[in-house]
Design a protein. Structure first.
Length: 158
């Protein structure tokens, strides 16, 4: 379902994009975010301040069609927003993802957009989080900057 709001188009992969005449149009993708462990995340989990951990966990994978629909430039970034927060991550194409599903590896960037509830098991809900995704020119913050932002907002760094 596509929704129009002033100066924005919210794109749904199941219907054609609505066109606005404004040159300031921003396209949002309504998606379901999932997270999980990856080989890169696991291999670098003991060095969370390292450039390798940053590269392995600070990205959002999207289907090729969603990537194109958002007009993401090569090596571009996206802003992922949920009811729990927002975070800027680099964007990657993933041919294995279906339309409307995004993946962010477990780590500080995923933690910024998942809720604190654990259902008694000690692990937040990393699957099925409703999200909006849009291309951005903002840069991806490193883990120290991300934690500093969470601390300023009254959250806990995890």
């Amino acid at each position: 379902m596509a929704f129009l709001v002033p100066d924005r188009t919210i794109y749904s992969p199941w219907r054609a994009k609505e066109k606005l005449s404004s040159s300031l149009m921003v396209i949002l993708l309504k998606a379901i975010m999932i997270s999980g462990r990856t080989l890169g995340q696991g291999a670098n989990s003991e060095a969370k301040m390292s450039p390798e951990f940053f590269k392995a966990t600070s990205f959002c994978a999207l289907s090729e069609e969603d990537y194109r629909s958002l007009g993401i430039s090569k090596e571009g970034n996206v802003l992922v927003r949920t009811e729990f927060g927002e975070v800027v991550v680099s964007a990657k194409k993933d041919v294995g993802l279906p339309l409307g599903v995004i993946f962010i590896p477990m780590g500080p960037w995923a933690n910024a957009v998942v809720g604190p509830e654990t259902g008694g098991c000690g692990t937040p809900q990393f699957k099925g989080v409703e999200a909006e995704v849009e291309e951005t020119k903002m840069r991806v913050k490193d883990v120290r900057e991300l934690f500093a932002d969470l601390k300023r907002m009254g959250g806990e760094a995890s």
